[in-house]
Design a protein around this ligand. Structure first.
Ligand code: UDP
Ligand code: MG
Length: 139
């Protein structure tokens, strides 16, 4: 994957609070093109594997429980400088610290239920996209 793609998930809190449409609108009106998208409910082992890098962190168990508490939307997005620009669009991990107008500022309630995921590097964007999508599910 090239540096113009990133991976996102709309997390269970934002899905259950009815924000899918508003968040997708924020994403596409910020210039991101949707390359692939699916609506699914993660299993415990999928959530543990996806967040495996955080396995030793104190919040890991709660994070996994939260991520399997309801369905999510997973997507691959394309734009110049996608990873960095998307992290700017979503805002800080803790919505209390997120800039005005960012997705987490608008739709997240707390540091754990923070509405949306965005890859933090090109390498992780590639790994995370491959976790959810096969090559023939991308356009
Ligand atoms: N998280 C949490 N408590 C913390 C830090 C993180 O519950 O103290 C959760 C939160 O949902 C976050 C995810 O773990 O989005 C991954 O953490 P990371 O530091 O990678 O933040 P992100 O890259 O999502 O901003
Ligand atoms: Mg992260």
């Amino acid at each position: 994957m090239t540096s113009n793609r990133t991976f996102t998930m709309i997390k269970p809190d934002a899905v259950s609070n009815g924000h899918i449409g508003n968040i997708i609108n924020d994403i596409t009106s910020s210039g991101f093109k949707i390359i692939a998208m699916k609506y699914l409910h993660l299993t415990q082992s999928q959530a543990e594997n996806f967040y495996g890098i955080h396995r030793e962190r104190p919040f890991f168990k709660d994070l996994v429980s939260f991520m399997i508490s309801g369905p999510i939307v997973a997507a691959i997005l394309e734009k110049d400088n996608a990873v960095e620009d998307f992290r700017t669009l979503i805002g800080a991990t803790n919505p209390e610290n997120a800039a005005e107008g960012t997705i987490r500022k608008k739709y997240a309630k707390s540091i754990d239920a923070n509405a949306i995921h965005g890859s933090d590097s090109n390498e992780n964007a590639d790994i995370e996209s491959n976790f959810f999508f096969s090559s023939f599910e991308r356009f």
